[in-house]
Design a protein around this ligand. Structure first.
Ligand SMILES: Cc1cc2nc3c(=O)[nH]c(=O)nc-3n(C[C@H](O)[C@H](O)[C@H](O)COP(=O)(O)OP(=O)(O)OC[C@H]3O[C@@H](n4cnc5c(N)ncnc54)[C@H](O)[C@@H]3O)c2cc1C
Length: 369
């Protein structure tokens, strides 16, 4: 029987970040990943906010810097949003995940692919994964929105979702490469948005809606032909998946079993961005686990709770938006309004502090006066 201090299920952003941080401090760490390699068939657009980009130093050939957001109303009027010194990174997401896996391996983590987790049982002070003949002191579920670890150990489950689909295309013409293009449309994207991302060597075009509705990407692309030239485009790949939008799950831990990232609902209920939180919380958890093995008495769950973004207000705003469900005519009117512009600016550019004094200064336009 192979013995580890920590077994992590899922080599996504949360799992790899946690593995890297734990292994770097000498914790014997195994990551179980069901895919053939961590970067195979990513399900995400992969945009990194500046805070994540600065912390993680992904190789520059795997990313593309984008300075601003162009926000379109349903009738395709647009406004440009920028914030001094702020930027996003489009990524070759599969390659970034493989790079992250190599970083974790270099720190000493064992990453085993084509190894699916199905179940585990508590066994005294250990947890036993009988199918793979493995025993561990801690089991960390980083296995995404529909976590099997959460199911097995009666932990909290995500209940609310956005469903997103995306194609990667080559050869689309007329897309301004300095902006993320974000589309509001109550009919095509009820509860969320459509997007066009000038990515790394491709354009990523996607649409997400409040689940259980299904996005009609073909209709969205047909609408985009009014703006961009698809006449010589070819599809490179398709991807999609569920994004939790109901906020953090409870309970997130039971004994020595812990959830992180999407499995724990650590995704902004408003922007649906989860990569930054997955990376950041993965690292906090990995370091807290290492301290535990070095004799520390800290409470891992409390450390994670303190470090994770506060989604409370974003969650409230999501519920308000779900309830009001603005019509296309409302969006077309709103996009002309300065207050709406400042609110949009704040949502896109204030990653952690939507309800800070600084954010409200921006919303009300006082910062510009
Ligand atoms: C269409 C779409 C677009 C998105 N765009 C963005 C964006 O641009 N920016 C952003 O910040 N966020 C975005 N998100 C959200 C973001 O992708 C997630 O929040 C993030 O990937 C969460 O990382 P994670 O490591 O928690 O989980 P995941 O990335 O879901 O990784 C889970 C890993 O666990 C593995 N796994 C699952 N079950 C098992 C099992 N039983 N055994 C072994 N392995 C298993 C999976 O194969 C996977 O590798 C998007 C999501 C979607 C669906």
């Amino acid at each position: 029987m192979a013995k580890y201090d920590v077994v992590i299920v899922g080599a996504g952003f949360a799992g790899l970040s946690c593995a890297q941080a734990a292994a770097a401090q000498g914790v014997s760490t195994l990551v179980m990943e069901r895919k053939s390699h961590p970067g195979a068939t990513p399900h995400t657009t992969g945009i990194l906010v500046k805070e994540a980009a600065q912390h993680w130093n992904f190789p520059t050939n795997l990313t593309r810097r984008i300075e601003g957001v162009r926000l379109y109303s349903p009738s395709l009027q647009s406004i440009d949003l920028h914030s001094p010194d702020y930027y996003f990174l489009a990524t070759d997401t599969g390659a970034c995940l493989d790079w992250l896996a190599n970083t974790a391996r270099s720190a000493g983590a064992n990453i085993r692919t084509r190894m699916a987790y199905t179940s585990a049982q508590a066994d005294g002070e250990f947890i036993r994964i009988a199918r793979h003949n493995i025993q561990t002191r801690y089991l960390i579920g980083c296995d995404g929105a529909r976590s099997r670890v959460a199911r097995n150990f009666q932990l909290g489950k995500n209940q609310e979702f956005i469903f997103g689909v995306e194609v990667e295309l080559r050869g689309v013409k007329g897309i301004d490469a300095n902006h993320l293009h974000v589309f509001l449309d109550a009919q095509l994207a009820p509860g969320y948005i459509g997007w066009v991302v000038p990515g790394v060597g491709v354009h990523q075009i996607g649409l997400a809606v409040r689940w259980p509705a299904m996005p009609d990407l073909e209709r969205f692309i047909a609408k985009l032909t009014r703006l961009f030239d698809f006449s010589s485009s070819e599809t490179v790949s398709r991807r999609g998946g569920l994004i939790p939008c109901g906020g953090p799950v409870t309970p997130m831990t039971r004994g020595a079993v812990l959830l992180l990232g999407d499995a724990a609902g650590m995704v902004s209920p408003l922007t649906a961005g989860g990569i930054h939180a997955a990376l950041a919380i993965g690292q906090v958890a990995g370091e807290a686990l290492a301290q535990k093995f070095q004799g520390g008495t800290g409470d891992i769950e409390a450390e994670i709770r303190n470090a994770r973004p506060n989604y409370f207000f974003k969650q409230q705003l999501r519920h308000v938006l779900d309830r009001i469900a603005p019509s296309n005519a409302t969006y077309d009117r709103l996009i002309q309004q300065p207050l709406f512009r400042h609110l949009a600016q704040t949502i896109f550019f204030h990653q952690r502090g939507l309800f800070t004094w600084r954010a409200w200064q921006d919303i009300l336009g006082w910062a510009q006066q």
